[in-house]
Design a binder for this molecule. Structure first.
Ligand SMILES: N[C@@H](CCC(=O)N[C@@H](CS)C(=O)NCC(=O)O)C(=O)O
Length: 208
C-alpha cells in the first residue's frame, strides 16, 4: 500500500491528480470512490471531503480536497524545483494560472462538455453549449497570446502550471474538442498530452 491515495474514479477530476502522480513517478493507490453509488456521501468519505465530491487525497495523515490544490501540494512536496517551480515568482505565476483556469475557464469548458458529450443526448441543450463556447473565447485567446511567446506557461519547461490548466482541459482534449481557433493553445495541449505520463493517464482513464 502506498502512502498516497488518490480517491475518485479516473473518469472524474481525480484524473488530474493521477496525471500529477504519473509525472512525479510517485507510488499511489487509486481508491475508486464515485457519486453514482452514493460513495461520496458516505461518512468515511465526508470525513475526508465534507463537500462530498471527488477527488480527495490522503497522504499519510494529511487529507486534502480540491483537485488543483491537491496537484499544487503533490508537486511542491514531491517535485520541488522540477514539476513545481523553484522561484517565488514562478510560484506566483503557477497560482495565477491555476486560479485563472478554475475561475475563468472551468465553468465554461464544463458546461460545453456536459451539453456536448457529457449528458445523455436528450438532456443536452445546444444553446447552453453554444454560449459556453462563446464564453471560452476570451480566456482561450488570453492563453493563446501568452503561448505565442513561449512553449509552456512558465517558459521553456513543462510545470504544474501547465498540468493544472491542461488538466482542466483533459475531458475536452480526449473528446476531441477543436482547439484550432487558438493555434498556440492547440500546439501546447498537443505538447502536454504527448508526454509519456499524460499518455499513460489517458490510458488509465480509457481503461476505467
Ligand atoms: N472543485 C472541485 C470539484 C469536484 C467535483 O465537482 N467533482 C465531481 C466529479 S468530477 C463530483 O464528485 N460530483 C458529484 C457530486 O458533486 O455529487 C475539484 O476540482 O475537486
Amino acid at each position: 500500500m502506498a502512502d498516497v491515495k488518490i480517491i475518485g474514479i479516473p473518469k472524474s477530476r481525480a484524473i488530474r491528480n493521477i496525471w500529477t502522480a504519473e509525472e512525479l513517478g510517485l507510488p499511489y493507490d487509486q481508491v475508486k470512490v464515485t457519486w453514482t453509488d452514493g460513495g461520496t456521501k458516505k461518512p468515511e468519505f465526508l470525513a475526508i471531503n465534507p463537500m462530498g465530491a471527488v477527488p480527495a487525497l490522503q497522504d499519510g495523515k494529511t487529507n486534502l480536497f480540491e483537485s488543483l490544490a491537491i496537484n499544487l501540494y503533490l508537486a511542491k512536496k514531491y517535485g520541488a524545483g522540477k514539476l513545481y517551480p523553484a522561484s517565488v515568482e514562478d510560484e506566483g505565476r503557477t497560482w495565477q494560472w491555476t486560479l485563472w483556469v478554475a475561475t475563468e475557464v472551468e465553468k465554461h469548458s464544463g458546461a460545453y462538455g456536459m451539453h456536448t458529450w457529457g449528458y445523455a443526448p436528450e438532456k443536452r441543450d445546444a444553446k447552453v453549449a453554444a454560449d459556453a463556447l462563446a464564453a471560452l473565447d476570451k480566456p482561450l485567446k488570453v492563453l493563446d497570446q501568452h503561448l505565442a511567446k513561449q512553449p509552456y506557461l512558465l517558459g521553456k519547461d513543462f510545470s504544474i502550471a501547465d498540468l493544472n490548466v491542461a488538466g482542466v482541459l483533459f475531458t475536452p482534449y480526449v473528446n476531441k474538442f477543436d482547439f484550432s481557433p487558438w493555434p498556440n493553445v492547440k500546439a501546447w495541449v498537443d505538447r502536454c498530452f504527448a508526454r509519456k505520463a499524460a499518455q499513460k493517464t489517458i490510458e488509465i482513464r480509457a481503461a476505467s
